[in-house]
Design a protein around this ligand. Structure first.
Ligand code: XIL
Length: 314
């Protein structure tokens, strides 16, 4: 039988799953990931706290481990992420910097990390989660010091360091048409008009059954594609309030199928990445207490209804 990635490949897409370093010794898990998927994203290994734990001191051990695993399994890698307000090292957040200092710190970080992974990642989430729900800029340390122009600068620095990588903006709660995705739509349009290197928009798609299916997802993907950028579903999972039952699992399966169809309906929707693939290793229970069962395989690595729904949609 064909794998999810082989099916996705037939329409020119990839189907991937994120992986985190502590999962690699679980060989049953890591082997299945390597067989079923064609792409991976490091769950944590390329974040700032991991790659620059001290100012100007870079550590690529964890990221290199994921790249080596991906190479061994024939998976392509999305880099995640060069700029984010979360999981920053203490040295960066525990004091205040002048705008000039922060600009030079950001430029150096993006340049060093993107250069290190040149030729090893095909895309970067250059900027992650830079907007608030109401479509205003999130007041992270970079925005506060540098103003909104830091996004264009980050994209330009990333492009200079790795001219071939596809450069993405990435966020959650942007799957539906609404104030947050509208803000990205305007931003991408402006960046394009200004000649800033932006190649893609990443929709994390951390969905939850209790919040309803994202309104007009397909049209939303379509409007970004019309701006001339790729769209990727970058961190898909569909959580539920526990305990799971047959009807929730059926609804979850339906949603997995719909997301897959909505992506495949738009030529420029280039691929889908699930944020882990089995409920054995998922970030959901730790971050959303009482919720879980968000992935297409269960804790025992048995396929759930969601798996068949994805298959059917591909
Ligand atoms: C999560 C990881 O999966 C966890 O292991 C970590 O503790 C927190 O971050 N949006 C993102 C991802 O862009 O980087 C986050 O990953 C999940 C939400």
């Amino acid at each position: 039988a064909k794998t999810l990635h082989q099916l996705a490949r037939e329409s020119g897409r990839y189907f991937g799953a994120a992986v985190d370093n502590p999962e690699l010794p679980d060989t049953e898990y890591a082997d299945l990931l390597g067989r079923e998927f064609g792409q991976t994203t490091p769950g944590n290994a390329m974040k700032w706290y991991a790659t620059e734990p001290q100012r100007g001191v870079f550590d690529f051990t964890a990221g290199d481990e994921i790249v080596a695993y991906a190479k061994a399994k024939g998976l392509k890698v999305r880099g995640h992420t060069l700029l984010w307000h979360s999981q920053l090292p203490d040295w960066l957040t525990s004091r205040t910097w002048t705008p000039a200092e922060l600009r030079s710190i950001l430029k150096n970080h993006i340049t060093k990390v993107a250069k290190h992974y040149r030729g090893k990642v095909f895309a970067w989430d250059v900027a992650n989660e830079i907007m608030n729900e109401d479509g205003t800029y999130r007041e992270n340390i970079f925005y506060t010091a540098l103003g909104p122009g830091y996004i264009a600068d980050a994209l330009r620095w990333a492009h200079a360091a790795d001219p071939k990588a596809k450069l993405y903006l990435n966020d959650y709660n942007v799957e539906a048409v609404g104030p947050k995705s509208d803000a990205y739509y305007k931003l991408v349009k402006q960046l394009k008009a200004d000649g800033v290197p932006v190649d893609g928009f990443g929709m994390q798609a951390h969905l939850a059954l209790q919040f309803g299916y994202p309104d007009r997802l397909r049209q939303n993907i379509q409007r970004f594609a019309r701006l001339g950028v790729d769209v990727a579903i970058t961190e898909l999972d569909i959580r539920m309030v526990l305990p799971s039952d047959a009807s929730k699992l059926a609804e979850q399966a339906d949603w997995y199928g719909r997301v897959t169809e909505d992506c495949l309906a738009v030529r420029r929707c280039v691929g889908i990445t699930v944020w882990g693939y089995s409920d054995r290793h998922s970030w959901i229970p730790a971050v959303f207490p009482g919720e879980g069962a968000a992935l297409p395989w269960d804790e025992k690595l048995a396929r759930k209804p969601a798996y068949d729904a994805i298959r059917g949609a591909l």
